[in-house]
Design a protein around this ligand. Sequence first.
Ligand code: HAM
Length: 422
Amino acid sequence: MIQIPRGTKDILPVDSIKWQYIEEVLRETCRNFNYKEIRTPIFEQTELFVRGVGDTTDIVNKEMYTFTDKGGRSMTLRPEGTAPAVRSYIENKMHGDPNQPVKIFYQGPMFRYERQQKGRYRQFEQFGVEVIGVEDPLIDVEVISLLLDIYKSFGLEKLELHINSIGDFESREDYQKALREHFAPSIGEFCSDCQSRLDRNPMRILDCKADAKHPLMTTAPNIQDYLNESSKAYFEAIKETLTNMGIDFIVDPNLVRGLDYYTHTAFELMSSAEGFGSITTLAGGGRYNGLIEMLDGPNETGIGFGMSIERLLLALEAESIELPIDDSIDFYLVTMGEKARIEASIILNRLRTNGFSADMDYKKRGMKAQIKDADRKKARYMIVLGDSELESGKIHVRNMDTRKEVEANLDCFEEEVNFDEA
Ligand code: HAM
């Protein structure tokens, strides 16, 4: 039997309704914050991610779904949404758009060849936002508050916002130098990945899972001590605004993020719910001041975050939150006999074109089974249609909650009955 690829999931009809609800909340929040949707292709030239995400990252080194197309070009299924959004920003010359800064959001499948575990999949649905064209602590705070708004609007409470500043390029240079000096004498004790990271991007060492317990990790220099005055001031402004907004946060100097493009602000939202599992990061993001120029774009800066719907669902489960989902239908027509079935299908068509949701039995089940089916389908009203109803043109509309029935005319009952009272 052919099976679903490892690390992927089918979203079945009983679950897709939750996804639709979540997606609607995401869109609604973006409307409130005035972010507009962007849709980019699922695959891009491999070069975009190698240069954008960075060739020292796990994503680029180990996790990309890369293939050669029939024209001999190297293509990659997108592992994240920032590099494609920036590519589109540059290609469509959005910096020339009078509407500035450019505030966008996206949602779609992303692909990473990772070891499958709870909360980590090879295809996952990522929602993200990006603001390009302004460097202002207030916009960093807006992006963070948008992220929190999303999670709070589902009623989630066990959330922890971790923030850090990884400084501007100058601060980072100094910091990287200090890290090299710290790790170099014992680099032989680290994994081969870390050995190659030492020269190219020593900050990646701090993010290594294999060497997380090495004693040199805890004594490593702290980025906060290497921030220059302007980087410090930028970070102070963010912390102050968050505090004034009543947003709690934890400053986490070890938060370096797994992608190369970050400068200044980095943040992650974690779940502190018991039993959430080992991967507690719900969302992550930060500022990327060099990325746009690195991809041959104008001298503009950006900030954003990404989150997967899969991990949001895990957080909801961990906090036992039921989404307020309504999958009921307005009418269910119970039919007795072939004539009634044919008539019912015509009535269904009328109801549906008039904007009501309605269904009937197509399996030729008995009356009792059809009533059960009406309950299962969460019908609000049920109508029994048999020979006598067809002859008289009169029917009874039954409220499935109160079991109360009202009489109405078959050819226009949906206009006659006051459904609030029925
Ligand atoms: P990231 O930290 O690689 O950042 O991913 C962001 C979020 O995507 C994670 O916090 C998690 O919710 C979800 N995610 C990542 N990998 C997986 C996976 N294998 N399975 C399930 N969920 C996953 C980025 O992707 C950046 N583009 C975020 C960003 C936007 N930074 C600035 N703008």
